[in-house]
Ligand binder design. Structure first.
Ligand SMILES: Nc1ncnc2c1ncn2[C@@H]1O[C@H](COP(=O)(O)OP(=O)(O)OP(=O)(O)O)[C@@H](O)[C@H]1O
Ligand SMILES: [Mg+2]
Length: 399
């Protein structure tokens, strides 16, 4: 059996296992330069023998309940909020440094998602800069397919990001439950991701962590990209090794300087995974996985639309035959009906998310903050312009 076939079989097996479990398991953790040694590179001969990656074949306006970001024209009431203004509800997802909760603003009853990062974990894993980037970049964003940050706060132990609550759950869950997507479904989600990446790249921001776990589906069926933990403003090249192994571009693995093309590589991986039901390169052993990525010979299942095999660069991508006569403007305006409407109950219904254990340290406790200096630049956004102070636990929401 050829190695690719073995790979495909193995990937299928692994993904079948996760699909069969009662909750959808198997979401992949990502890697960060400071917590892993650079991957051992496969021998040069193998690398040089490998074919170049297929050109980029990898990789409403919402009515906002809450307006933020210093809207100068807003005449609505401003109020400072702190942790005690929120009722903290169940966990929606867990991440490397904490978890994301469903929360409710007590005064209005509106629901949000609150990402809690444990300061000592962030510092221990040398992710201070990434975390500052996450906040600073999220603050600047305003696009239908990107999650909206409403505000950040901190106390002695944790950093808190208050985000819009995206009710439909992870694309990952929907994909594993479906097995694989029909061509037109994959095309719809890929199209929204492309527009979101175009928006980010136009601002010199690369995202660096595309995967179905970080794509949420809103109640209308549209994509919201979450988790800007690796997003970075990069006008030219950067070198940091970070991302999720299955989705890493060869130039990241090779520790070469890289740019926004890594997001297009990851898009190719995503499209493959949506259509095939498993990623093109898969191995439990990261060394072997990286060898496969560098060799870059994915096997396409027979049902794979040939047009989906060679997407390249944003303008090329948008004009590519796979998208046929897709009306990109209509897609951006959310005028194209979503292929799937997640079952969303009333506001705050989180049944589209897996259930997690709720054992975590209580939030908001008093105490000394040993990370005051290292995380000093993590500011509450209104704090920067209004001088509320670095360690304040307040931010402003316009309600
Ligand atoms: N705005 C949101 N609405 C609903 N759920 C969310 C939201 N943001 C994140 N989540 C859930 O929480 C999970 C973890 O969030 P996120 O990926 O931002 O954390 P992380 O610590 O950066 O994770 P990791 O580093 O492991 O990728 C997401 O996969 C998703 O299930
Ligand atoms: Mg994530």
């Amino acid at each position: 059996m050829s190695f690719i076939r073995k790979l495909t079989e193995k990937a299928k097996e692994t993904f079948k296992k996760s699909t069969n479990s009662s909750t959808v398991e198997g979401s992949r953790s990502n890697i960060r330069e400071s917590d892993v040694a650079p991957p051992p590179l496969p021998s040069k001969s193998k690398t040089s023998a490998s074919a170049p990656p297929p050109a980029a074949g990898r990789s409403s306006v919402q009515t906002r309940k809450v307006l933020v970001k210093g809207d100068k024209h807003a005449t609505i009431k401003k109020k400072r909020y702190d942790l005690s203004d929120f009722h903290i509800d169940r966990t929606l997802g867990t991440g490397s440094f904490g978890r994301v909760h469903l929360v409710r603003l007590k005064s209005t009853g509106n629901f949000y998602a609150m990402k809690v990062l444990i300061k000592h974990e962030v510092v221990k894993m040398k992710q201070v800069e990434h975390t500052i980037n996450e906040r600073d970049i999220l603050m600047r964003l305003d696009y239908p397919f990107l999650v909206e940050l409403l505000g950040t706060m901190q106390d002695a132990s944790n950093l808190y990001f208050v985000l819009e609550f995206v009710q439909g759950g992870e694309l990952f869950t929907f994909l594993r439950r479906s097995g694989r997507f029909r061509n037109n479904v994959a095309l719809f989600y890929a199209g929204e991701v492309i527009l979101a990446f175009e928006y980010l790249h136009n601002r010199d921001i690369i995202y660096r962590d595309l995967k179905p776990e970080n794509l949420l589906i809103d109640s209308e069926g549209h994509i919201k990209i979450t988790d800007f933990g690796f997003a970075k403003e990069v006008p030219d090249v950067t070198w940091t090794l970070c991302g999720t192994p299955d989705y890493l571009a060869p130039e990241i693995i090779q520790s070469k300087g890289y740019g926004r093309a890594v997001d297009w590589w990851a898009l190719g991986i995503l499209i493959y995974e949506m259509i095939a039901g498993h990623p093109p390169f898969y191995d439990d052993d990261h060394f072997k996985l990286y060898e496969k990525i560098l060799a870059c010979k994915p096997k396409f299942p027979s049902h794979f639309d040939p047009n989906a095999k060679d997407l390249n660069g944003v303008e090329d991508i948008k004009r590519h035959a796979w998208f046929g006569d897709l009306d990109w403007q209509a897609l951006e305006d959310c005028q194209i009906p979503a292929p799937y409407l997640p079952p969303c109950g009333k506001d705050g219904d989180a049944s589209n998310f897996d259930v997690y254990d709720e054992n975590h340290e209580p939030y908001g406790g008093p105490g000394p903050d040993p990370h005051k200096i290292s995380l000093g630049t993590f500011k509450n956004w209104e704090g920067m312009s209004r001088g509320y102070g670095l360690e304040g636990t307040s931010f402003s929401i316009l309600v």
